[in-house]
Ligand binder design. Structure first.
Ligand SMILES: C[S@@+](CC[C@H](N)C(=O)[O-])C[C@H]1O[C@@H](n2cnc3c(N)ncnc32)[C@H](O)[C@@H]1O
Length: 360
């Protein structure tokens, strides 16, 4: 199997799929997606608007799909299983009973596919605190389960900002391989970043590469719906209180992590807001990092991110946004989808390192 065939679980808007597609274009590789699984109909719309799914199996709900071993067996073979799965605690009861009681835990459904299909490689993504979740039990069980069915495990935390995106986003990536790799093989953000930086220096590629948010922000946006109303400003711009105290800061050059709920407008000490003078100034750097205490932010015209900007900060393109809009996916949904997605550039860097640089 020389091609990079993949199965994308919890596909969302396909951050993994997009990275495979771009890698395929840049390195002349076949990257067929044999199937994808998602339950959110709006995410599926965005997915289908942007990828050729004519030869991919739509698995739908992973819980129903994995109910029957025979159905899993009918999936075409693939080289890599990918997925950013929801982080849930396991009950110790379920674990002791060999997962009998773990029907609700979606990691169990990934495992069922791995047991049946035994793909050579697995690449999973999750929030950084997966490692410490439920007193480290969740991660221990994930690790032991994968090792228990014959995989070798590697993992590290990757920050999207280290892979050419103007967003600080720390996520754990778990790489599992069925064959053991030489002891010299390294799976770390440092190593992969070094290789990726070298790659960017000498190659043409299809990635979105940003120095800071100014490479993403649209200076011409003037639609009132993106601007904070006078009514909401005092709430949004107030510093936190008590144990949540932190100063409001806007005009951050590297965006704070995008979230699925950012569309509901979080406070300015945990979300991304930009002032008009920053956006329109000839010297925007002079207006960066504005603090509530130093400036009266209430007097400024301030806006939030647009869905197109949010997608760009995750490594998707303007065309990707346009294709979803053409299929009538709402801006509200696109914000949620962008916040949920895996950063395309980080996945690209990892795939490049594994399959092009190391030739796995
Ligand atoms: C963290 S997001 C993954 C986003 C994706 N990696 C991307 O780049 O957009 C998790 C996704 O799992 C989906 N999901 C939750 N339960 C599911 C199930 N039972 N079957 C399939 N997908 C499910 C959610 O709708 C959500 O889109």
């Amino acid at each position: 199997m020389s091609e990079l065939s993949h199965l994308e679980l919890f596909s969302g808007i396909g951050g993994f799929h997009r990275a495979f597609d771009l890698l395929g274009i840049d390195h002349n590789l076949e990257v067929p997606c044999v199937g994808y699984s998602e339950i959110d109909q709006q995410a599926i719309k965005t997915y289908q608007a942007n990828y050729d799914v004519s030869s991919s199996v739509d698995l739908g709900d992973i819980i129903s799909f994995t109910e029957n071993q025979e159905t899993i067996g009918k999936l075409p073979d693939f080289k890599i299983l990918t997925g950013g799965f929801p982080c849930q605690a396991f009950s110790m009861m379920g674990f002791k009973n060999g997962f009998q009681d773990e029907r609700g835990n979606l990691f169990f459904n990934i495992l069922k596919i791995l047991i049946e299909k035994r793909p050579p490689f697995v690449l999973l993504e999750n929030v950084r605190n997966l490692v410490t979740h439920d007193k480290k039990r969740t991660f221990a069980i994930i690790r032991e389960s994968l090792v228990g069915i014959g995989y070798h495990i590697y993992f590290d935390i990757f920050n999207s900002n280290d892979f050419g995106l103007a967003q600080k986003r720390n996520r754990i990536f778990i790489f599992a391989t069925r064959e053991s790799l030489p002891s010299t093989f390294e799976f770390s953000q440092n190593k992969i970043k070094t290789v990726f930086d070298e790659f960017l220096k000498i190659n043409t590629h299809s990635l979105e590469i940003q120095r800071d948010v100014l490479d993403v922000l649209d200076r011409t946006v003037n639609d009132k719906k993106y601007f904070l109303s006078e009514r909401i400003k005092p709430t949004i711009l107030s510093d936190g209180t008590g144990s949540y105290y932190s100063k409001s800061m806007i005009n951050c050059l590297i965006a704070r992590p995008l979230t699925a709920t950012m569309v509901k407008l979080h406070r300015a000490n945990q979300d991304n807001y930009y002032s008009l003078e920053f956006l329109q100034s000839k010297d925007p750097y002079a207006h960066a990092f504005l603090h509530q205490s130093t400036y009266n932010l209430l007097e400024k015209e301030i806006r939030r991110l647009t869905p197109k900007e949010a997608l760009l900060l995750q490594g998707f393109s303007s065309d990707f946004y346009g294709n979803a809009i053409k299929k009538r996916v709402s801006e509200f949904q696109l914000m949620k989808q962008a916040g949920n997605a895996v950063s395309v550039n980080t996945v690209y860097a990892i795939l490049y390192y594994l399959f092009v640089y190391n030739g796995l």
